[in-house]
Design a protein around this ligand. Sequence first.
Ligand code: HEC
Ligand code: HEC
Length: 290
Amino acid sequence: MTFGARRRVGRGGLACAIVLAATLGAARAETPLERGRYLVETIAACGNCHTPKGPDGPLPGKALAGDWVVEDIPPFRAVASNITPDHATGIGGWTDAQIARAIREGIRPNGSVIGPPMPIGLYRGLADDDLAAMVAYLRSVPPVSNVAEKSTYRIPLPPAYGPPVGQVAAPPMADTVAYGAYLAGPVAHCVECHTPMLEGGRRDMTRLGAGGQAFAGPWGSAVAANLTSSRTSGLGAWSDAEIERAIRTGVSRDGRRLHPPMAFAQYRDISAADMTALIGFLRSLPAIEH
Ligand code: HEC
Ligand code: HEC
């Protein structure tokens, strides 16, 4: 490496040095705030539900400001909350611990329970440091004054999603499949959308990743794909590059444009290491035919 020997770092050299530093540091040299930004804005894609959208995409100046109808179906009309630090209409008056509890356990400071489709069941598995990073980032975003409509649930919500979570550590990144499962579950909730539901709204864990749920919207109806290793109806015959292109850009193997609600716009910036882990996990899913 000869950077140190150069007398003058030209523009190209500087850019190289920055890229190099970013690559070397990608794993864990980030501050909690940077980590939180990456999680919330990229792989966890909280804005996919919490940022209101218009025909041209996210509404300017309203990032994470809620009042976006996520689902309006017979059991409920779910409207995402304002999760910016605005005191009157967002979560600016909550402590870090209260925000963390809301995300990981689905309980607000006043004791009320956060309803579906916020994937609390999976967020219960968020690691302590990732959760703390998310909270740090949410505190740093611009407060937006925006009153969110209250959700209406015509089904009873549980009193809680389980006992207090306690402490959670993420699997080691070196264990690609286990870390990929952590990303595809608690962090990115890929499996929430891509696993068929049993009656009563529980995931059918015997068919993890087999797809089949339909999501209606302005795009018509998009059916979550089978992500298992099936060579006929899943990803078994796809190359890693084809899977990566679908996740990052929303283009299927045959060139078809994929529809929302998958968060392609955010997934574009998933780190290379996380992409490798995600694909490693998907490859580990036993083939399930439709
Ligand atoms: C699939 C959609 C969805 C995703 C993804 C999602 N949320 Fe939510 N979230 C909601 C909905 C809907 C509500 C309101 C539910 C209700 O009214 O009970 C909510 C409520 C909340 C609340 C409670 C706020 C309040 O004032 O009541 C917090 C905090 C929150 N979400 C944070 C997050 C964070 C952080 C992420 C990303 C890690 C996230 N959410 C991802 C749909 C989602
Ligand atoms: C909010 C729901 C949702 C989430 C979260 C989600 N997906 Fe999807 N995904 C879908 C839907 C719906 C489709 C099908 C879209 C279509 O056919 O137009 C899809 C399509 C795909 C495809 C394309 C498959 C094909 O046959 O073309 C891949 C690969 C994929 N998802 C992987 C993932 C991964 C990996 C994650 C997590 C990082 C993820 N998805 C998160 C809903 C979701």
